[in-house]
Design a protein around this ligand. Structure first.
Ligand code: AMP
Length: 426
């Protein structure tokens, strides 16, 4: 089977790496891809926003499955257009992608189906938002309704911060994504990311991970797309995982099907593990980046048939096997990220880094200029390792990081600290 993968990040490199190992695979294409993906897939020169062009490429290249990595094309209806052209796709329809595309939609959905989540109010203008805010205890969470690349959430410690967040949304700081604001109770607990494949009616749990959103060590500095991750997540005990399936994932699968908008693809639940058990912070409708990198390192089964079974609606008879080992990924970013940063800085010595046992390098924002690899994005490399423990995986990952010759880059030095402290306590 020929596969077309949509996306250009470390997530897509990890997916391409896993799919490439499948004996079922014929050729793998990726659009737009990056320099690392280009080493294992053919880069397809198509505009992924032009759905007709994507469909034509699939017809011309006998594509048996399209795997959509990021949320943008899903929210834009790429899966619907492919399905209408009878091309098999891994990823939800536009209607089902609202679980990520609209926070207000998801909150109302949770209320309807009894899914545990923070108390909330949807507000369509500043005066009603400010009136509701005035009655809420602090801290309080203010969110732009739509996709804002992870930047649309403010945890306000003071009334002034809450007011400023509301005003920023309604003054257009997030464009159309801020036309509605969701105000939420601030939940307390430890966060984890939980992944399940869903085929419309059946859900198959994958694994859990934890990520680090802040730019600097000790969870300091601005929020980013993610500076590192590890799996498994110690907080996701078998009991909490079962409760997550029973109380959050299954009601979502049944509710979406009952509404006539069945969810197909991977459901990524951002969870807060509170004193009362797991509660949903938010849904994403695709693999996490950088969580996919650690998930793919731990997946023992062939990924490709699992993606096909999801698209075909036959997950009920499917199973996935995982390595007991832990995996950890360190994101290397351009100095200055998530603010402004220099583009085009040269990167070297990746082969030496890759030679560290247990290590895989996934590329995010890289491009090749002749023989020279260059950084062209904020998040640039994912140095990923497997080990018996999170501590072992961390040691291998940082050994590889130390070998990379990239003066223009930086990374956090403490990825996995929470799990490693737990491991030390035994
Ligand atoms: P989101 O984009 O919805 O995942 O929010 C980004 C981050 O804000 C989450 O990963 C949490 O750390 C935090 N957050 C969002 N909503 C809440 C909430 N209701 N209570 C506590 N923290 C939250």
């Amino acid at each position: 089977m020929n596969v077309l993968l949509i996306g250009s990040g470390g997530r897509e490199h990890a997916l391409a790496w896993a799919i490439s190992a499948s004996p079922l695979l014929g050729r793998i294409y990726c659009a737009p891809g990056n320099a690392g993906i280009a080493e294992i897939a053919e880069i397809a020169d198509i505009d992924i926003d032009n759905h007709a062009a994507v469909i034509q490429f699939c017809i011309d290249n006998d594509i048996g499955l399209v795997v959509v990595g990021p949320e943008g094309p899903l929210v834009a209806g790429l899966a619907d257009d492919l399905a209408a052209a009878r091309i098999k796709v891994f990823g939800p329809s536009k209607a089902a992608a609202r679980l990520e595309g609209s926070k207000g939609f998801t909150k109302d959905f949770c209320a309807e189906f009894g899914i545990p989540t923070a108390a909330y109010r949807r507000c369509r203008d500043a005066s009603s938002a400010l009136a509701y805010l005035a009655e809420q205890p602090l801290p309080v969470v203010v969110k732009a309704d739509g996709l804002a690349a992870g930047k649309g959430v403010v945890i306000a410690e003071t009334r002034e911060q809450a007011t400023a967040a509301v005003e920023a949304c309604f003054s257009g700081a997030f464009g159309a994504a801020g036309a509605e604001v969701v105000i939420e109770e601030c939940m307390v607990g430890e966060e984890a990311s939980f992944f399940a494949l869903v085929d419309g009616t059946h859900a198959l749990p994958m694994a859990a991970a934890q990520d680090h959103k802040r730019a600097f060590d000790g969870e300091q500095g601005p929020n980013t797309g993610g500076m590192g991750a590890y799996s498994p997540a110690p907080v996701m005990t078998p009991e909490i995982s079962k409760r997550t399936m029973d109380e959050i994932i299954w009601p979502t699968v049944h509710g979406m099907a009952a509404r006539g908008t069945p969810f197909k693809g991977v459901l990524f639940a951002g969870l807060m593990i509170t004193a009362d058990g797991p509660k949903l912070i938010e849904y994403n409708v695709r693999f996490g980046d950088p969580e996919a990198q650690v998930l793919m390192m731990r997946l023992k089964s062939d990924l490709l048939p699992a993606l096909i079974a999801t698209a075909d609606g036959v997950l009920k008879t499917f199973d996935l096997r995982w390595h007991d080992d832990a995996a950890l990924t360190v994101v290397m970013a351009s100095k200055g990220y998530p603010g402004s940063y220099a583009k085009g800085t040269p990167i070297g010595a990746l082969d030496t880094a890759r030679a560290v046992p247990g290590v895989e390098l996934f590329h995010a924002g890289t491009a090749r200029e002749g023989d020279q690899l260059r950084a062209v994005g904020g998040r640039v490399l994912n140095v990923t390792a497997r080990g018996k423990t999170v501590g072992e995986a961390q040691r291998a990952a940082y050994e590889a990081v130390a070998k990379i010759d990239w003066p223009g880059g930086f990374c956090r030095k403490d990825i996995g600290w929470r799990a490693i402290e737990r491991e030390k306590k035994g």
